[in-house]
Design a protein around this ligand. Structure first.
Ligand SMILES: NC(=O)c1ccc[n+]([C@@H]2O[C@H](COP(=O)([O-])OP(=O)(O)OC[C@H]3O[C@@H](n4cnc5c(N)ncnc54)[C@H](O)[C@@H]3O)[C@@H](O)[C@H]2O)c1
Length: 318
């Protein structure tokens, strides 16, 4: 079996590559990645094996390259994307290019090369702000920032390929994720680095925005469950039970570093639009047997320790 993992040198892609390598030790694994600032060769170096698991550097928007890498591929797990909402306010066209046009280009190559199964990774942010209740997979999309709009647009392209070409695609939409190897632009790794460097935590607005946090390792297990038991043409939400405000996340990290969170916080101007909350339920995935195993509050000490031990990777950006 040959599995192509796009974005595999980034945060979640590296966890998915790790889980796939453990679950299918004999499989050929190709990581395809543009190696943007968010990627790191170190994220996957431990997984690469000459002739069996390798990295191909390239851009999703390069059709010839997508054709090359999808020849003979049985499964594509598509995670490559520009993923940081804050950046999407400044350079929104790059988000549409990589996330929407890039997905389209990859799907076209998958179609022409007859790829057997594609799992497209999307986000709970496509539903937009959800003050009350939770979204099922059937609800309509209402993205509110250029990042989530580019991901929702990619889902529309997926839908078109599903109906018009019967391309065997499954879409997954997940909560915010946590784990090691996340580039320190998002709140958890950034605050770990700020705490390590003795700097102030910077919180958007009032810090009261809520997010559910899902472990990247739990998500990677969900990808394998969906590959093995999921139905083509279906969307699966992947949801955690653990909801935290940004202030609560700060406090967990401050505690792990033994510092006073409140005394070390500076509030900064909020995003142009900052969704207060996202919420999804994942009954479909639960019916396939997947369960959440890891919880943010239990994992934070180990994540904090990892950033302390690997701080040299990231100090240049602070
Ligand atoms: N991080 C989260 O909390 C979260 C939550 C839900 C869904 N997602 C989705 O999961 C996926 C992975 O997110 P992440 O947090 O690991 O992101 P990340 O930014 O850490 O990694 C993304 C990877 O994609 C690569 N990439 C970007 N543009 C590319 C292009 N044009 N061609 C090829 N490679 C390209 C980057 O080099 C990087 O390695 C994304 O699709 C994202 O939308 C993320």
């Amino acid at each position: 079996m040959r599995i192509l993992i796009t974005g595999g040198a980034g945060f979640i892609g590296s966890h998915v590559a790790e889980a796939v390598a453990a679950e299918y030790p004999r499989a050929e694994i190709v990581v395809f990645d543009k190696m943007t600032y968010a990627a790191d060769y170190e994220n996957i170096a431990h997984l690469l094996v000459r002739g069996r698991r390798w990295l191909v550097v390239g851009d999703l928007c390069d059709f010839e390259k997508c054709m090359e890498i999808t020849v003979g591929v049985d499964v594509v797990m598509h995670l490559a994307a520009e993923s940081h909402v804050d950046n999407s306010f400044g350079n929104s066209i790059l988000f549409t290019r990589s996330n929407t046009l890039g997905t389209h280009t990859l799907l076209e190559a998958c179609r022409l090369n007859g790829v057997g199964r594609i799992i497209h990774v999307s986000t709970d942010e496509v539903f937009g702000e959800t003050r009350d209740g939770s979204h099922t997979e059937a609800d309509s999309l209402n993205p509110t920032n250029p990042y989530s709009a580019s991901k929702a647009a990619a889902e529309m392209v997926v839908n078109g390929y599903l109906y018009s070409f019967k391309l065997p695609i499954i879409t997954v939409r997940a909560n915010n994720m946590f784990g090691i190897r996340q580039f320190p632009e998002k709140i958890i790794p950034r605050f770990c680095m700020l705490a390590f460097l003795g700097r102030q935590f910077t919180l958007h607005g009032t810090g009261q925005n809520l997010r559910y946090y899902l472990s990247a390792a739990d998500f990677a297990r969900a990808m394998i469950t969906i590959l093995e038991k999921g139905a083509v043409g279906t969307i699966y939400n992947v949801a955690s039970e653990d909801e935290y405000s940004n202030l609560e996340v700060r406090d967990l990290i401050a505690e792990a570093f033994g510092i006073d969170g409140e005394a070390n916080t500076t509030f900064i101007q909020d995003r142009p639009f900052n969704d207060y909350r996202y919420s999804i339920v994942c009954d479909r995935l639960l019916a396939l047997g997947w369960r959440q195993r890891l919880h943010l509050k239990d994992e934070i000490p180990a994540i904090a320790a990892w950033y302390r031990d690997n701080a040299q990777r990231y100090t240049h950006i602070f």
